[in-house]
Design a binder for this molecule. Structure first.
Ligand SMILES: NC(=O)c1ccc[n+]([C@@H]2O[C@H](COP(=O)([O-])OP(=O)(O)OC[C@H]3O[C@@H](n4cnc5c(N)ncnc54)[C@H](O)[C@@H]3O)[C@@H](O)[C@H]2O)c1
Length: 342
């Protein structure tokens, strides 16, 4: 069935509030999750909600935790999420990074003791909305085998970069693996196969079976270049921010385990490097040049197209996912029908 973005937001927010999550925090989790579904990143949308509920039950997500700043200078900070919702922690980190960037031109905030944060691009969008550049990277539970190996050691390590422009939404938001792990989980839930050239089974052979791929490894995107980039992210979002790295990273796909991943969140204020209007004009000029070269997209076009489509036609919830949401609603005495039958 299809639901509207507003319905999805209400379902998530109200269920979380029943589980003692504050209205503000529940709204952030709901907003990030709906953003994913609207943009077409259904692998990180409401399909991940049951995972967050499992995290709350297992107490690996602590909705009452206070996020603390462990270390701070004028342009950087290190945040301890104390196992709050990842969405709330990264949101807080980007707010702090932007505050610092407004003063100094750049703000860099490291995060540890957090949780799965959904889509990285939500947080880089926060910077775009303030006419700043946002960059977000994170590591995750191992899923990718280094080129030449077959054992997963590196995460799917997302990267998002958002850039302000006058006329366009300019954003790249992606896993550095050939496929986000969420897409494998989604295919598994729907009983579908995954594309070719995305994953290997446990013996290192190519597979299109999501079960075999989840037991095996996902390939990096772009062969050795994707591997090299995700290798670097593993360190920048790992040892640099006092988070775990490699095989020690837990809790991003298995919510019963404490989450040990890290994030590195950056904001840059173009007005401190250049004149803001000139910068945005030049970004638009570059985009015109690129778009004028043929029938091409720029990073962010796909999201804009998907948002338009999902606002018009709604967000699709498959049968298995709906059953999971019905079960969660019953458990917390949330009247789901009052929302979806409106
Ligand atoms: N929380 C986590 O731990 C975690 C881990 C991995 C991925 N993710 C999230 O998963 C989501 C999906 O990642 P993905 O790797 O499946 O994304 P994807 O492969 O769909 O790539 C998406 C990006 O590529 C751009 N793009 C697509 N076609 C393009 C074209 N023709 N020209 C120019 N740009 C184009 C899009 O605008 C978008 O920014 C992301 O939101 C990411 O943040 C989260």
């Amino acid at each position: 069935m299809n639901i509207t973005a507003e319905q999805e937001k209400t379902i998530i927010r109200e269920i979380l509030k029943k589980l003692n999550v504050t209205d503000d925090d529940a709204s952030i989790v709901a907003d990030v999750t709906v953003d994913a579904d609207l943009k077409g990143f259904s692998s990180h949308g409401i399909g991940r909600f049951p995972q967050y509920i499992r995290g709350l039950k297992a107490k690996t997500i602590n909705p009452n935790a206070e996020i603390t700043i462990e270390n701070e200078t004028v342009s950087m900070a290190l945040i301890n999420g104390n196992h709050q919702f990842g969405h709330v922690v990264t949101y807080t980190a980007m707010e702090l990074a932007m505050k610092k960037a407004k003063e100094t031109g750049i703000g860099i905030v490291g995060v540890h003791n957090s949780n799965h944060f959904g889509v990285a691009g939500y947080y880089s969008d926060m910077a775009i909305m303030e006419d700043m550049i946002g960059i977000v990277i994170a590591n995750t539970e191992p899923a990718v085998a280094p080129i030449g190996g077959k054992e997963p050691i590196i995460g799917t390590n997302p990267i998002a970069i958002g850039i302000p422009s006058n006329k366009h939404y300019v954003s790249v938001d992606m896993a550095t693996s050939a496929s986000a792990r969420g897409k494998l989980l989604e295919a598994q839930r729907k009983g579908e196969m995954i594309p070719e050239n995305v994953a290997l089974d446990i013996d290192g052979n190519p597979t299109i079976d999501p079960d075999a791929a989840l037991k095996g490894s996902i390939l990096p995107f772009g062969a050795h270049k994707g591997y090299a980039l995700s290798f670097m992210i593993e360190i920048l979002a790992g040892p640099l921010v006092r988070a775990a790295f490699g095989k020690q990273v837990t809790g991003t796909a298995h919510p019963e385990e404490m989450c040990t991943k890290g994030d590195l969140v950056m904001a840059l204020d173009p007005s401190k490097f250049s004149d803001l209007d000139t910068f945005k004009l030049e970004v638009d000029e570059f985009i015109n040049e690129v778009k004028g070269s043929g029938n091409v997209f720029i990073p962010g076009d796909m999201e804009v197209r998907n948002i338009k489509n999902h606002k018009k036609n709604g967000i699709t919830i498959d049968k298995t996912l709906m059953e999971q949401i019905i079960a969660i609603s019953k458990e917390v005495s949330f009247d789901l029908n009052s929302i979806i039958n409106k």
